[in-house]
Design a protein around this ligand. Structure first.
Ligand code: NAP
Length: 271
């Protein structure tokens, strides 16, 4: 079994570690390097994995190194690690806006690098992750990394690095779009006379049910929508209101803005 080292033991690293252990990864094959003593203690107690505060010694002999620090410090962390890397290690970056070229430049070797873009529902093992590997990555390395992200939900590979920006626009930022819709449905439900808790619960349960139907059914979302839209009924009237308010163009603008911000971040953080 491959050894996996996380640099940074915050939210994302702990949810990936939790998923990996639930899926049968061995605890003694997982190490997290994290500066905060409290975080290290929590990770050690909760998951029984190895923890350290020394990034350089942590990565010695690792098969996979997951860089799970904030984009703002990725440059410094990578430069510090450069001399300790074994060229056979595959590096996985989960940071938005850090290109493979930038990582390659900081790490100073031609090494296998994978960019991964997970999202927050990974915390409840229902994440969605887009992955892109550079040409130096072997299939066996892609398989191990795929297993890590499949342990916390769905994962897929994209064919070019620029598609990672599109993954960010769809699923990276996507949970917030649905949270916003839930906020709106709850508040309008209250305006229509429902108690706050009830309006919120009905909205959340409806989102859960719709997502389950969309993921389990053989029918497309369009077909499922048509199924609940009786001619002359309430849903038809609601959807006509969305149409006249141009919901689709709002979403297009929002998702394009997320994509543009991701490209801007690549310029800001990759120097
Ligand atoms: N959260 C998400 O939904 C999500 C989704 C996709 C991608 N990401 C990406 O995942 C990365 C991690 O996000 P996160 O939410 O897990 O952030 P986080 O909770 O802040 O975790 C980062 C951890 O790295 C630690 N750290 C700081 N300097 C370090 C160093 N030199 N060496 C090792 N560890 C160091 C931080 O400690 P201190 O707090 O003491 O600085 C913190 O515990 C980010 O690049 C983010 O863009 C996150």
């Amino acid at each position: 079994m491959s050894s996996v080292v996380f640099i940074g033991g915050g939210n994302m690293a702990s949810c990936l570690v939790g998923g990996m252990i639930a899926q049968g990864f061995k605890q003694d094959k997982i190490t997290v390097s994290e500066p905060k003593q409290d975080n290290r203690n929590n990770l050690e107690t909760k998951f029984g994995i190895c923890v350290t505060d020394n990034n350089q010694t942590a990565i010695a002999g690792a098969d996979v190194v997951v860089l799970a620090v904030k984009p703002q410090i990725m440059r410094r962390v990578s430069l510090d690690l450069a001399s300790s890397f074994n060229p056979k290690t595959v590096v996985v970056s989960i940071a938005a806006g850090i290109s493979i070229d930038a990582l390659q430049g900081w790490l100073g070797h031609s090494i296998p690098i994978i960019r991964a873009m997970p999202n927050t529902p990974s915390l409840v093992l229902t994440g969605a992750t887009g992955l892109y590997a550079n040409h130096l990555t072997q299939q066996s390395q892609k398989d191990v990394v795929n297993d890590i992200f499949e342990a916390v939900g769905y994962s897929c590979w994209v064919e070019s690095e620029k598609l990672i920006d599109s993954v960010i626009a769809v699923s990276g930022s996507g949970p917030a779009y649905f949270f916003r819709i839930l906020e709106i449905m709850k508040s309008v439900g209250q305006e229509l006379g429902l108690p706050e808790g009830l309006a919120g619960n009905l909205a959340k349960q409806t989102a859960l049910g719709a997502a389950k139907m969309a993921s389990q059914s053989d029918l497309s979302p369009s077909q499922l929508r048509e199924q609940v839209t009786s001619p002359g009924g309430t849903t038809e009237r609601a959807l006509a209101a969305f149409q006249s308010e141009n919901l689709e163009s709002s979403f297009r603008r929002a998702m394009t803005s997320a994509l543009e911000r991701s490209r801007e971040m690549a310029r800001d953080f990759s120097d």
